[in-house]
Unconditional design. Structure first.
Length: 217
């Protein structure tokens, strides 16, 4: 799904298919990587986080059902990454609704609440069917989950969060991301369940790309 269709569906329904995790022709879980099939190589390198580690980025949207389905496997995988890998999540901002959800993530990040509430935001949208597209509803959800309303509101409206949203948008554009979930590696490649054929294969491809990133360019 291209970015225009992705945004139009988001505006019309509050959800988007993004890179589908189901209904795709599955690749074998093993075998050598095939550029253009398992992953895409960027013609121009995207920015990476400083620190000398292999930079790995998950691009996601809270409103995407496939990101929600991918999250448990991704989270378990991320927690087992070696010490020389820097993993981070970056919410996409394809539309105003995407930006609203991106602000939720970065506000939680600034308050140190991502670990506690990241999965709960997904559950609120996809299990409880809450609408978290208005500030009042978002703040109510946060207070129901133990977050101070004033502190969250201040973070949500802060210059720092707005800056993070702009930086995240710029990074997704540098990676040429048109749908989610997707995983960028070392500013040089990205993969996704739709490319690799399944969530499991996408994570295996990401492991292989991390190995490639460790080799001298």
């Amino acid at each position: 799904m291209n970015r225009r269709d992705f945004s139009a569906r988001a505006a019309g329904t509050g959800l988007a298919l993004g890179f589908g995790l189901v209904g795709q022709a599955a690749h074998a879980q093993g075998g050598p990587l095939v550029e253009g099939k398992d992953y895409v190589k960027l013609q121009t390198a995207a920015p990476v986080a400083s620190g000398g580690k292999v930079d790995v980025v998950e691009f996601f949207w809270y409103g995407c059902p496939h990101c929600n389905a991918f999250e448990p496997s991704l989270d378990a995988w991320a927690k087992k990454l070696p010490a020389d890998v820097n993993f981070r999540r970056v919410p996409v901002s394809f539309s105003a609704m995407h930006e609203t959800h991106a602000k939720i993530f970065y506000a939680l990040e600034s308050l140190g609440q991502v670990e506690a509430l990241h999965r709960k935001v997904f559950a609120a949208l996809h299990v409880q069917r809450k609408r978290l597209d208005k500030e009042a509803d978002i703040v109510e959800f946060m207070t129901q989950n133990g977050v101070d309303a004033a502190k969250f509101t201040e973070a949500y409206k802060s210059f720092g969060v707005a800056t993070k949203v702009r930086q995240g948008k710029a990074l997704s554009e540098a990676y040429k991301i048109d749908g989610v979930p997707a995983i960028g590696v070392a500013g040089r490649w990205f993969t996704a369940p739709s490319l690799a054929g399944s969530p499991e294969r996408a994570l295996a491809v990401s492991d292989a790309l991390i190995q490639m990133a460790r080799k001298p360019a």
